[in-house]
Design a protein around this ligand. Structure first.
Ligand SMILES: [Zn+2]
Length: 431
C-alpha cells in the first residue's frame, strides 16, 4: 500500500517537472521562476508556484521602472490556458514597491495586466475561440464562465482599439442595424477600401449626434481625406456627411433602393389584393407575394407560371412590378449622363402610373438624383455590396446570442468579429 502511494507520488512529480519545462519553454518571463507544479486539492486543477528570480528587482506598475521592494501581498491565482483537461493556475504573491515617483504601488507582472484574474495568454486564448464559437460555447468548451469569456474579449478588444491604426481611409460605408425589440438601432461605420474592409465604429443610435461622434473619433484630418461615402437615404446620415465630409463623393446604397422598391411593390399588392377581395373578385393575387418580389431568375417553375398568369391582367400590382423590373436596367449603365436620362424617364413613367407607392418612390429618387448618379461617377467601384456583406456578418454575430443584449456586449462582439483589430502579442503561439 505504502509503495503504491509512493509510486503515484513519484509519477506526479515527474509530470509536474515536465509541466515546468514546458512552461519555461512557452511562457518564460525574465525575473520570475516557476517553482513547483502540483495538483490542486480536487485533482482537477494544476497549480504552479511562481516566485521572483533571486536578485531580480520588481517593476513599478505606475511608471514601468524598476523600484525597491516594499512588502508582499497575499497569494493571487492567475488562470492560465487549460492543459489536457486540467485547469491551470499560476500562484504568485505580488510585491509592492516603494517607487520614488509613484509611492507605494503594486508591481507590474508580465503575464497579467493586473486587473483581470486571467493571464494575458488565457484571455487571448479565450478571445480567439470566442470569434469562432459563441461565447457560451467557448465557456463550456474550456470550463470557464461566460463572464470570463466576456472579460477576455473586453481585454483583447480594448487593447486592439488602443493599438489600431486609422490612417488613410479612402472609403466608408454607414448603415444602421436593428439590435433589440422595439426600435433600437445602431449606426455602424465600415471602412470599405479595396484592400481593407473592417468595422470602424459603432454608434448607440442612428441620430445626427451618434454619427457625428464617429467624425470626432477619427478627427478632422482623416475625415478630410475620405473620398467616398456610401449610405442609405436616412436623412440624419445625409446631413452629417454633407457637413463633415463635404469633399467626398456621396453614393447612395443600391441595396437600400432595391429594398425600398420592393416595399412599395408589396404595399401595392397587399392593398389591391384586399380591395379585390372586398369587391368579390377572384383571389388573383393570393400567394403572389414572392412572384412579384423575387428576381425573375430566382423564381421556382411554379412561381414563374403564376407570374406569367398574373401579367395577363391589367392590375396595379402588375404595372408596379413591371416598373420595378424596368428599374434594374438603371444599374447597367456606365455613363452618369445616360443613367441620369434613364432615371428621369423612369420617374416620369412612375409619376404617371397613378400608383401612389410608386409615385412616392419616384419622388424620393428624384430628390436624391445627384447621390444616385455618384455611383456611376465613382465608376461603380464602391457599391453597397460590401456594406451589405459586412452588415450580414454583423447580424450573424448578433444572432449568435452573446448572452445579454446590452449595448456594451454587442459593441464588444461586433468589434471583436468585424474590427480586424490587432492583438496583444505573445512569445509563443499556443493555438
Ligand atoms: Zn513608479
Amino acid at each position: 500500500m505504502a509503495r503504491f502511494t509512493l509510486e503515484v507520488f513519484a509519477f506526479e512529480i515527474i509530470r509536474a517537472m515536465e509541466l515546468i519545462t514546458i512552461l519555461n519553454h512557452c511562457h518564460h518571463h525574465r525575473g520570475f521562476v516557476y517553482q513547483y507544479a502540483r495538483f490542486g486539492p480536487d485533482k482537477k486543477t494544476i497549480e504552479v508556484d511562481v516566485r521572483p528570480r533571486q536578485g531580480a528587482t520588481a517593476v513599478c506598475s505606475g511608471c514601468h521602472q524598476p523600484a525597491p521592494g516594499y512588502d508582499r501581498l497575499p497569494e493571487r491565482r492567475f488562470e492560465f490556458i487549460p492543459f489536457w483537461g486540467f485547469l491551470v493556475f499560476l500562484l504568485y504573491r505580488m510585491r509592492r514597491v516603494s517607487c520614488r515617483r509613484c509611492g507605494v504601488v503594486v508591481e507590474e507582472v508580465p503575464w497579467s495586466d493586473g486587473k483581470h484574474q486571467s493571464t494575458k495568454a488565457h484571455m487571448l486564448f479565450l478571445a480567439r475561440w470566442a470569434r469562432r464559437l459563441s461565447w457560451k460555447e467557448t465557456a463550456e468548451a474550456f470550463r470557464t464562465s461566460w463572464d470570463r469569456v466576456c472579460d477576455a474579449v473586453e481585454y483583447v478588444v480594448g487593447w486592439g482599439l488602443e493599438h489600431r491604426t486609422l490612417e488613410s481611409i479612402r472609403a466608408i460605408g454607414v448603415d444602421e442595424i436593428q439590435y433589440a425589440k422595439g426600435h433600437k438601432y445602431l449606426t455602424l461605420v465600415y471602412q470599405i477600401d479595396q484592400g481593407l474592409t473592417r468595422l470602424l465604429w459603432i454608434g448607440k443610435q442612428r441620430t445626427i449626434e451618434s454619427f457625428q461622434d464617429f467624425f470626432t473619433v477619427i478627427g478632422e484630418k482623416l475625415a478630410s481625406q475620405i473620398e467616398f461615402v456610401c449610405s442609405d437615404m436616412w436623412q440624419p446620415y445625409l446631413d452629417v456627411i454633407r457637413e463633415k465630409c463635404s469633399q467626398a463623393l456621396h453614393i447612395l446604397d443600391r441595396f437600400h433602393i432595391v429594398a425600398k422598391m420592393n416595399k412599395a411593390l408589396d404595399e401595392v399588392r397587399a392593398a389591391e389584393s384586399r380591395r379585390m377581395a372586398q369587391e368579390g373578385h377572384q383571389p388573383l393575387l393570393k400567394k403572389s407575394r414572392w412572384c412579384v418580389l423575387k428576381r425573375k431568375d430566382n423564381l421556382t417553375p411554379q412561381q414563374k407560371f403564376r407570374l406569367r398568369d398574373l401579367l395577363r391582367y391589367n392590375l396595379q400590382t402588375v404595372r408596379a412590378y413591371l416598373l420595378k423590373e424596368d428599374f434594374q436596367q438603371f444599374w447597367q449603365y456606365n455613363s452618369p449622363t445616360w443613367a441620369g436620362m434613364f432615371l428621369d424617364f423612369w420617374c416620369y413613367q412612375a409619376m404617371r402610373s397613378r400608383i401612389e407607392p410608386m409615385k412616392k418612390i419616384a419622388r424620393t429618387l428624384r430628390s436624391h438624383r445627384e447621390f444616385l448618379l455618384n455611383y456611376f461617377k465613382a465608376k461603380k467601384e464602391f457599391s453597397s455590396g460590401v456594406v451589405e456583406g459586412l452588415n450580414n456578418k454583423a447580424k450573424v454575430t448578433m444572432r449568435k446570442s452573446y448572452g445579454f443584449r446590452t449595448f456594451r456586449i454587442l459593441e464588444l462582439a461586433l468589434y471583436h468579429s468585424l474590427g480586424k483589430l490587432p492583438e496583444p502579442e505573445l512569445t509563443h503561439e499556443f493555438f
